[in-house]
Ligand binder design. Structure first.
Ligand SMILES: Nc1ncnc2c1ncn2[C@@H]1O[C@H](COP(=O)(O)OP(=O)(O)OP(=O)(O)O)[C@@H](O)[C@H]1O
Ligand SMILES: [Mg+2]
Length: 245
């Protein structure tokens, strides 16, 4: 089964096309890297897949469900760690987890179990009463990951989950992502870090809202003369105007 199936997805803002006839598939169980420069349309695509934004045209199925028709079911079964907002800074660790437990209407016993698991997973046990704004970025991101997975989603969207995080905390964060992937969760992740991209099963590059290349990290490097992923990215960026026109 495909966890995500997009056909000719397009989003136009006024006279500007942010996502342009995008078609792609993400098989269930994969760690899928969605790459592109600033403004290439990654967040806009994710917002359409999560039902936050209505496409101008085209179709999206998430976990086999048509997002346009059954958005509530999609929302129940996915998690979303957004690029800008995930946590309330002026609430404690515990209050943030309670908020998300409430959003997903977890029964008290299930919530208690998930809360315990997440505090352990994030390394935040004993810090439940701390204000979220006082946590360093790395801890905050792990808490946000916990909050986004409190209802045990089958598919998790992560929009630049590690931006601003130091290299060691990024590695720790990716260890958590692998654990999730091993438990069967499909991960749809955007990143500007090519070391992270190299850890994905499959990658798609978009530019000006258009798909310009996809494949495994190894396939993409081989297709460009076995250069590094950083160089693949640079090559695809440089070529973009021709593709876009
Ligand atoms: N609501 C909106 N109204 C008008 N333009 C928008 C809107 N949302 C996004 N855009 C534009 O669409 C383009 C794609 O934005 P998007 O946020 O999807 O890019 P991105 O790939 O996520 O970039 P980044 O890597 O910086 O997060 C940008 O030029 C952005 O300014
Ligand atoms: Mg974005």
């Amino acid at each position: 089964m495909n966890a995500v199936q997009i056909e000719h997805l397009t989003k136009v803002f006024g006279r500007f096309t942010a996502v342009d006839d995008l078609s792609l598939e993400v098989p269930a169980g994969q760690v899928f890297g969605f790459l592109g420069a600033n403004g290439s349309g990654k967040t806009t695509t994710i917002r359409m897949l999560t039902g936050a934004l209505k496409p101008t045209s085209g179709k999206a199925r998430v976990l086999g469900v048509d997002v346009a028709k059954r958005v509530e079911e999609v929302r129940r079964r996915i998690g979303y760690m957004s690029q800008r907002f995930s946590l309330f800074e002026d609430m404690t660790v515990d209050e943030n987890l309670r908020f998300y437990g409430g959003v997903y209407q977890l029964p008290p016993d299930v919530f208690a179990q998930r809360r315990e698991y997440i505090l352990q997973m994030a390394g935040l046990a004993g810090r439940e009463a701390e204000l979220t704004r006082n946590l360093s970025v790395g801890w905050r991101q792990r808490l946000a990951l916990g909050a986004a997975t409190i209802h045990e989603p089958e598919l998790l969207f992560l929009d630049e989950p590690t931006s601003g995080v130091d290299p060691i905390a990024r590695r720790r964060f990716w260890d958590l992502l692998y654990e999730l992937a091993e438990s069967g969760v499909t991960l749809f992740v955007t990143t500007h870090y090519m070391d992270e991209a190299s850890h994905c099963n499959r990658l798609a590059f978009i530019n000006s809202g258009k798909l310009v290349a996809q494949g495994s990290p190894r396939e993409l490097r081989a297709a460009h003369g076995n250069v590094s992923l950083d160089e693949v990215f640079a090559i695809l960026e440089a070529r973009a105007p021709q593709i876009a026109s």
